[in-house]
Each structure stands twice: as structure tokens, then as C-alpha cells.
Design a protein around this ligand. Structure first.
Ligand code: ADP
Ligand code: GN1
Ligand code: MG
Length: 373
């Protein structure tokens, strides 16, 4: 076992947490684009124990989350509320359905290393898997139901008690303005190479303010939403194939339900992962969309107004457009936000997302019919 991964001294960082056992192995884990995530496995506690305790150690990306301690305070708040709701419902196996933080040696929910990085440790929810591309309508139905349930579990949590961990996270009009600034600055001399993508974004400016305007008019309420309902943020149970737990709680904060449903459409009703380079393979799968709508409405539907239901399908278009705008902005700014594996990665993601917007546009009226009927 090497001492460090990505230049982090993982063993020293682990020593800041109240681990009972000796560490056996650690390795980078998952496909997240933002935080640094490691799976820590410990040596078996005693000769009778069947399982090795395991943990998820994460460094919060403080370039993305400028106030990591506010992120941790939100998460503690959300977890304690969520746990209480599950307990009151008489749920079994709570520790597999709600992530649990491991405290540091001095009783905190996070540790700060000598370079100022903020770290946290969750108990690893074992025997689970994540999916990057949904395969069956049943999977889509269940995943959407799980995100809808998550939102229901947090419905009574007063939204004003949560900090906005990334201000204007889904303020698509501001995202569009950020793109314009990146085009004007052209700091990495990339604008000339991406004219068609810029044109596509500019042609969609009117879409960026539609939900914000309805929100300002009081037609769409702010609720506590997840805001990053990418499909690989659901853990599925290996033994049952059922969604078990929603993870990645850094952006749980006030938002519109259309954002949560929209990010599910973007990631779970598509034929390809978001960095598929052959955009001819990118399309919307209406059977998966229908299943998402049914699953989400089955768990969250009763609490939604007609205006909110009506906003869901457009949310799919908006969040996909916003995601393309965000990837394009990051590309123009030199790839400082998202983790990338090669030079054109953010550009490929942009083209992919804009292809998906086109596919959604071609089906939008049918999608609207499915969420409102
Ligand atoms: P990022 O913000 O970088 O996406 P996530 O919080 O989503 O980071 O974590 C990355 C991956 O780690 C998840 O997609 C999931 O596979 C895994 N993961 C996170 N928390 C847990 C947990 N408590 N138990 C098991 N796996 C987890
Ligand atoms: C990031 O953290 P992860 O990989 O689940 C991003 C989302 C994007 C997504 C695109 C805090 O999600 O907003 O939709 O990448 N998270 C943040 O894949 O910016
Ligand atoms: Mg994630």
C-alpha cells in the first residue's frame, strides 16, 4: 500500500477520524466529477467478524464549494432530519438507507489537513452498485421514485435552514451570462474552435429564464431539493437490484422540483453517457422518460402543484441545456471546474449535451403530455 494517492497522505488523514480498526487498503473510488473520493477498507475487527468495516473518505473540492464548512453543516442537518424521518416511519436497515458520517477524533463531522483541505468520512454502504446509463424502464422507475422519496423525506425541513452551498447553482440565466463572459474573455483562445456550440447556446437564451420567471411570479415554489440527481448518485442494492440510498448531498438546498426531475431526464432517459463522443448515439429514450415520470410522480406527485408537474418535462430540456452551457464555459475557461481526462473532454461533453437538447426538443410535447396526464 502506497502512502499517498493524488499527493494526499491518506493514512495521516484517516488518523484524524475515530476509526476503530487498522486500515487494510485504500483506493480512489467512483466516477464523481467534483470531490476526491477514496474507499478505505479496514482489517477485520476480530476473528468472528464476517465483514471488513469500510469507509468513503472525501476531500471537498473547495474551488467548487467555496465554504466547505457550510456544506458540512448542511449535510449534518439533512442527515439528522432524514434519519429521524426514516426512524419515525419504522424503516429497517437505516444505516443502509441513509448515509452516516464518522466523527473525527475530536468529535467533529470533518477534518482539516495541514494544507487546509476539508475531509469527511462516511460509513461505506457495502454491496451496492451505481449505474451510469440506465438499461431498463423498471430501473428508471425505481430510481426516480427514490429521488422523489428523498425529496418527500426532506419536505418538512425548513429550506431557510440550509445554506446555498453554490450560489445560483441552477440559475440558468446566470449560467448563460457566465458563458457570455467566458466568450468575451476568451482566456484560452478557444472561442474560434467552438462557434457552432456557441451559436447553439445563444439561440437558446430565451429558455434560460423561463422557470426563474415563474418562480419570481410565485407560480413555482422553492423546496428542499437534491440538485444533483445524476443517476450515479443513487446506490442500488446488489442483492435486490432496488435503489437503496441517495448520496452526494453537497448541493441539497432550496431549488425547484423541475431541476431534480430534469437532471434525471438528462442522465437516466438518454441512450449514452454524457461523454459519448459519437453524438449520433445520443438520443432520448421515451420508454425511460415515461418510467421516470411514473416513478417520480408515484412518490412525489401528491405534493406537486399542476404548475410544478407542468414544469417537469421542460426541466429536462433546461437542465440538459444548462449542463451543456456549464461544460462549454469550463472548456473556454481552461477546464478548471470539472475533472477531465483529455484535452477536448469538456467540449465533447458539450456537444453531447446539446445533441440531447435537440432530441428532447423533438419530443417535448409528448413528454409534457406524459407528466401532466
Ligand atoms: P462527487 O461529488 O465527486 O460526485 P459523490 O459524493 O457522488 O462524489 O461520491 C462519488 C461516488 O462514491 C458515488 O457515486 C458512489 O459510487 C460512491 N459513494 C459515495 N458515498 C458512498 C457511501 N456512503 N457508500 C457507498 N458508496 C458511496
Ligand atoms: C457534477 O459531483 P457529480 O459528479 O455528481 C456536478 C453536477 C453536474 C455533473 C455533470 C457540484 O456532479 O452539477 O451536473 O457533475 N456537481 C457540481 O456530470 O457541480
Ligand atoms: Mg456524485
Amino acid at each position: 500500500m502506497t502512502q499517498s494517492t493524488n499527493n494526499f497522505d491518506i493514512l495521516s488523514i484517516c488518523r484524524l477520524f475515530a476509526l476503530q480498526d487498522k486500515i487494510n487498503t485504500f483506493q480512489p473510488y467512483g466516477n464523481g466529477h467534483i470531490n476526491d473520493t477514496f474507499l478505505i477498507r479496514c482489517a477485520t475487527v476480530n476473528s468472528h467478524a464476517q465483514t471488513q468495516p469500510a469507509y468513503i473518505l472525501q476531500r471537498i473540492n473547495h474551488h467548487v464549494f467555496k465554504q466547505p464548512l457550510a456544506v458540512m453543516s448542511n449535510i449534518e442537518h439533512v442527515l439528522s432530519h432524514w434519519w429521524g424521518v426514516l426512524q419515525a416511519q419504522g424503516a429497517t436497515q437505516l444505516a443502509r438507507k441513509c448515509p452516516q458520517l464518522l466523527s473525527t477524533c475530536d468529535g467533529k463531522a470533518y477534518a482539516i489537513d495541514q494544507d487546509g483541505n476539508v475531509w469527511r468520512m462516511f460509513h461505506f454502504i457495502d454491496d451496492t452498485y451505481t449505474v451510469d446509463v440506465i438499461e431498463t424502464p423498471q430501473q428508471a422507475y425505481l430510481a426516480a421514485k427514490a429521488f422523489g422519496q428523498f425529496q418527500q423525506h426532506l419536505a418538512a425541513l425548513p429550506a431557510q435552514q440550509l445554506a446555498e452551498t453554490i450560489p445560483g447553482f441552477h440559475h440558468t440565466r446566470n449560467r448563460f451570462q457566465a458563458l457570455i463572459r467566458a466568450i468575451d474573455a476568451d482566456s484560452h483562445a478557444r472561442v474560434d474552435a467552438v462557434r457552432p456550440e456557441i451559436e447553439f447556446a445563444l439561440a437558446h437564451e430565451a429558455d434560460t429564464g423561463l422557470l426563474l420567471d415563474l418562480q419570481a411570479l410565485g407560480r413555482l415554489p422553492l423546496r428542499v431539493t437534491h440538485n444533483d440527481t445524476k443517476i450515479n448518485n443513487v446506490l442500488f442494492d446488489v442483492s435486490t437490484g432496488q435503489p437503496l440510498c441517495v448520496v452526494d448531498l453537497d448541493t441539497v438546498m432550496p431549488g425547484l422540483v423541475a431541476y431534480d426531475f430534469g437532471d434525471m431526464v438528462r442522465t437516466a432517459a438518454t441512450t449514452a453517457i454524457e461523454d459519448e463522443v459519437d453524438i449520433r448515439r445520443v438520443d432520448i429514450r421515451m420508454d425511460l422518460f415515461k418510467a421516470l415520470a411514473q416513478g417520480y410522480l408515484a412518490s412525489a406527485g401528491d405534493s406537486l402543484s399542476d404548475a410544478e408537474k407542468h414544469s417537469l418535462a421542460f426541466g429536462g430540456k433546461l437542465i440538459t441545456l444548462e449542463q451543456g452551457i456549464r461544460f462549454l464555459t469550463d472548456y473556454l475557461q481552461g477546464d478548471s471546474y470539472y475533472k477531465t481526462r483529455y484535452a477536448q473532454h469538456n467540449l465533447d461533453r458539450t456537444c453531447n449535451q446539446f445533441a440531447l437538447v435537440r432530441a428532447i426538443e423533438a419530443n417535448l410535447s409528448e413528454m409534457e403530455r406524459l407528466v401532466t396526464r
